[in-house]
Design a binder for this molecule. Structure first.
Ligand code: BEZ
Length: 229
């Protein structure tokens, strides 16, 4: 598979996926159920940080679903190993009777997918000296386009509450000419994007304000956070 550069706006390529929830093509998965997808890689099954991350993700499946987002993981162990490991994860999450995690995990045994997507961490190797996948995460929009990508090393677990916050911001701003400021959280005031005229902002959004600055330039405009659709 040819190398794919994960760039904002790039169309995700298609590839075959062997997963804990059956086999399908990646594009087939993107087109199913919730319109947006979060794809995330993790270094290895039966490793401690990954175990905590996947448990947290499983607990957030419902929150992501409410925002129209589904999840899919990928690592380089076989499907059977993923399935055995899921039992440990669900035991820790105190949901031992749940039939598997609430999202598929791709078994990329030949590392074709993680190599193509540039998700390997050259600094983190398995016992045979082979590089492991890093903690990459891509938010993919309904047109298969990359909305956001983050890349953490194997030793730093991601903050999935932050991923939820990011998705709330992306969703809020996808169809509106709004942006979210530093440390924004749901309900906080939003920034009016430069592309939006003041007249349009006043008409569309509530409680429009312009912050006065020494430059006198009226660029820091904000409105109440609209209720997500
Ligand atoms: C972990 O998930 O705990 C982990 C995996 C690879 C390297 C370091 C930590």
């Amino acid at each position: 598979m040819a190398q794919f550069a994960i760039r904002l706006g790039a169309q995700m390529p298609d590839f075959p996926c062997k997963t804990t929830k059956g086999d399908f093509s990646f594009h087939e998965f993107l087109g199913k159920d919730e319109p947006w997808t979060i794809m995330f890689s993790h270094p290895k099954d039966f490793t401690p940080v990954c175990t905590t991350e996947l448990g947290a993700c499983d607990g957030l499946v419902g929150e992501f679903k409410k925002m129209g987002v589904k999840l899919i993981g990928v690592s380089c162990d076989p499907v059977e190993s993923h399935k055995d490991w899921e039992k440990d994860i669900l035991h820790r999450e105190k949901r031992p009777d749940q039939a598997g995690l609430g999202f598929p995990i791709i078994a990329d045994e030949k590392r074709d997918i993680v190599t193509m997507l540039g998700m390997l961490d050259p600094l983190e190797k398995d016992n045979e000296g082979v590089p492991l996948p890093a903690r990459a995460l891509i938010v993919i929009g309904s047109n298969k386009e990359v909305k956001l990508s983050i890349l953490y090393p194997a030793t730093t677990g991601r903050n999935f509450d932050e991923v939820l916050r990011i998705v709330r911001s992306l969703k809020l701003t996808a169809d509106m000419k709004l942006a979210t400021p530093v440390n924004w959280k749901e309900g906080d005031r939003c920034i009016v994007a430069p592309i939006c005229t003041t007249d349009e902002a006043k008409e569309k959004y509530k409680n429009f304000q312009i912050e006065e600055l020494p430059s006198g330039k009226p660029y820091l405009r904000s409105v109440d956070c609209p209720t997500p659709a």
